[in-house]
Write a protein that binds this ligand. Structure first.
Ligand SMILES: NC(=O)c1ccc[n+]([C@@H]2O[C@H](COP(=O)([O-])OP(=O)(O)OC[C@H]3O[C@@H](n4cnc5c(N)ncnc54)[C@H](O)[C@@H]3O)[C@@H](O)[C@H]2O)c1
Length: 402
C-alpha cells in the first residue's frame, strides 16, 4: 500500500501535534473524522488518500517533544482527550524521530543570536532539501507534501528580486537574509525537491512570484495563505448576507483574544501585522465598498489554545434606520485548524497525483487570503471546491466508460 509523507514546518506546535494526534487516532479507530471537510459526502466523492497512509515528519526549532506537547494540549488546554494521547504514545514518539532542526535565522533583525555562527541561506536550502529527500527514500513514500504550520513571521518587504526565480536564487546565493524569511526558504527548498507546498500561515512562504516560478518549473501544486478557521470564516459567511439584502454595513469591529504559542507570538507587533493583513481582505471586496473596519488581537495567556472573537457589526436598513449584529466565537484554535490541514494534504495529494500544477484555487475556501482568487464569499469559494470535485468525478466516470 503506497504511503505519502506529510512534512510539517512547525511540527511540534499546537496545530501540528493536534493534526498528528487526530490522524493517528482516526486511523486506529479511536476517533471519528468530524470536522474534516474531505469527509463530507460531496467531497468524499473524490478518491482521496486515507489518513492511515500518512507518515508524519517535519522541522521545528523548539526542543519540547511532540508527546509532551500533545499531553499539554490534553491536560492544560483540555483540547484533546488525555486518554487519546496516552493511547497514541508510541505513534507520537515514532513521529518525533522524523522531526529535524528547522531554520531559524531569516529576515534581518534577530539573526545571529547567541553569538552562534549563522547557517548561510544556500547551505540551509541544501540541508532542508536533503531532509525531505531522506524522508521520502527511507520511508518509501510516493510523495512528500510540505505544510507550513510554524509561528507567524513579520511581513517581508518586497524587493524586485522576489519577482523571478533567478532573482530569488540570487538572494539566496548572496545570503540576503533581510529579503528571505524562513518561510520563503522552506517553500523554496520544498519546491526545489519536487514537494507540493501549502502555507497555512500568513507568513510569506510561496507568495513571491519567483518562488511560485519554481513550483511551475517542477510541475507542482502549491497554495496558501493563512487557514480560515474562526472570525474571518464568520466574516466571509456574514458579509455576503448584508450585500445580498442591500443592508449597508457602517462599521465592523472585531476583537480577538487568545493565548497559546500563537497568541504569544502575535503579541509581537510585527508578527501581528502579518495576521491583521491576511484578516483584512474580506470585507471591501465582498461588500463593494469600504466600511469603517477594525480588527484587534490581544494575548491573554490564561486562555491557552482557546480563542474568543467578539464582532460588532453596525448597519443601516430601510429609511436609514441603524441596527446591529454581534457575535461571539469561542473556539479551540488547534481543533478547528487541524482537520483543515489534513484536508489540504489529501486534496494536494490528489492534485499532484493528477499532474495538476500551480496555485490550487479550488482550495480558496480554506484560506483567509487565498492566492489568485478574487471571490471572498465563503459559499462562492466552497462552490469552487465542489465544481472541482464534480469535474473530476465526471472525468473519471467518462474515463471508465471508454
Ligand atoms: N486556528 C488556528 O490554529 C490557525 C488558523 C490559521 C493560521 N494558523 C497559523 O498556524 C501557525 C501555527 O499555530 P499554532 O497554534 O500551532 O502555534 P504554536 O506556537 O503552537 O506552534 C508553532 C510551532 O512553530 C515552531 N516554529 C517557529 N519558528 C519556526 C521555524 N523557523 N522553523 C520551524 N518551526 C518553527 C515553534 O517552535 C512551534 O512549535 C501560526 O502561524 C498560526 O497563525 C493557525
Amino acid at each position: 500500500m503506497e504511503r505519502i509523507g506529510v512534512w510539517l514546518i512547525g511540527a511540534r506546535g499546537a496545530l501540528a501535534s493536534t493534526a498528528i494526534v487526530g490522524a493517528r487516532a482516526i486511523s486506529h479507530g479511536l476517533a471519528r473524522p468530524g470536522g474534516l471537510v474531505t469527509e463530507l459526502p460531496e467531497v468524499a466523492a473524490l478518491r482521496l488518500v486515507g489518513l492511515d497512509r500518512m507518515v508524519f515528519g517535519g522541522w521545528d526549532i523548539g526542543s519540547a517533544k511532540l508527546l509532551h506537547r500533545a499531553r499539554a494540549m490534553a491536560v492544560d488546554d483540555r483540547a484533546v482527550p488525555a486518554g487519546l494521547v496516552a493511547a497514541l504514545e508510541d505513534d507520537l514518539l515514532a513521529v518525533d524521530n522524523h522531526i529535524k532542526p528547522g531554520f531559524v535565522d531569516g529576515g534581518g533583525r534577530g539573526a545571529a543570536r547567541d553569538g552562534k555562527k549563522r547557517e548561510p541561506l544556500e547551505a540551509a536550502v541544501a540541508r532542508l532539501g536533503d531532509d525531505l529527500e531522506q524522508f521520502r527514500l527511507e520511508q518509501r513514500l510516493r510523495r512528500v507534501i510540505v505544510v507550513n504550520v510554524a509561528s507567524t513571521e513579520p511581513p517581508c518587504a518586497r524587493v524586485p528580486e522576489h519577482d523571478t526565480l533567478d532573482g530569488v536564487r540570487r538572494l539566496i546565493q548572496g545570503d540576503r537574509r533581510a529579503a528571505v524569511t524562513p518561510s520563503m526558504l522552506y517553500a523554496y527548498a520544498a519546491l526545489e525537491r519536487g514537494c507540493p507546498y501549502v502555507n497555512f500561515t500568513p507568513s510569506t512562504g510561496a507568495t513571491p512570484a519567483g518562488v511560485q516560478e519554481l513550483g511551475w518549473k517542477h510541475a507542482l501544486p502549491f497554495y496558501g495563505n493563512d487557514g480560515k478557521t474562526g472570525e474571518t470564516l464568520m466574516k466571509s459567511v456574514l458579509a455576503p448576507l448584508f450585500r445580498m439584502r442591500n443592508l449597508e454595513v457602517l462599521s465592523w469591529a472585531g476583537f480577538n483574544i487568545l493565548g497559546g504559542g500563537d497568541g504569544e507570538n502575535l503579541s509581537n507587533p510585527r508578527q501581528r501585522e502579518s495576521k491583521l493583513r491576511s484578516k483584512s481582505g474580506v470585507l471591501s471586496p465582498t461588500l463593494g465598498y469600504a466600511p469603517h473596519a477594525s480588527v484587534s488581537i490581544d494575548y491573554v495567556p490564561s486562555l491557552g489554545h482557546w480563542k474568543t472573537a467578539w464582532d460588532h457589526i453596525h448597519f443601516a436598513g430601510f429609511l436609514g434606520t441603524k441596527m446591529s449584529v454581534q457575535f461571539i466565537w469561542q473556539g479551540c484554535d488547534a481543533i478547528l485548524a487541524a482537520p483543515l490541514a489534513l484536508d489540504l494534504v489529501r486534496l494536494t495529494d490528489f492534485a499532484h497525483e493528477r499532474g495538476e500544477r500551480g496555485p490550487m484555487t479550488q482550495l480558496a475556501c480554506f484560506f483567509k487570503d487565498p492566492m489568485g482568487v478574487s471571490v471572498h464569499s465563503f459559499t462562492d469559494q466552497f462552490r469552487l471546491l465542489l465544481d472541482y470535485v464534480d469535474e473530476h468525478v465526471s472525468r473519471e466516470r467518462h474515463g471508465r466508460r471508454r
